[in-house]
Structure formats: structure tokens, C-alpha cells
Ligand binder design. Sequence first.
Ligand SMILES: [Zn+2]
Length: 64
Amino acid sequence: MALSKDLLEILACPKCVREPGCTGELEYREAQNQLVCHHCGLIYRIEDDIPIMLIDEALPLEKA
Ligand SMILES: [Zn+2]
């Protein structure tokens, strides 16, 4: 099951959302079950339709 659009719209990168002028906008990669932040280059995984929005659990984009 895919994440709902409503949920996606409220999700933001917890790291970037604190930066002035940054929305923390995420790209949803449905096939990989990932949310990608292109601002800081972190990937947040989704487990059982629940995005793991923790900086400590995120992976660097270049290693994915
Ligand atoms: Zn970010």
C-alpha cells in the first residue's frame, strides 16, 4: 500500500525543516519505499507504511 497524499504533504525532513528558508520537502520513492531529502541528502525508509522520520535512522543518499 502506498502512503496517502495527505500524509506525504505534512511530512518533512526533520533536519531541514529547522533550517531557515527550507521546507524540508521530501521525494517519495514508492518503488523503494523511501523518502528522499535532496537538501541534506538523507533517505528515510518506510516500514509498514510508517515513515521513519529519524535523522539517526536515515541513510546518506550516495550510499543507497
Ligand atoms: Zn533534509
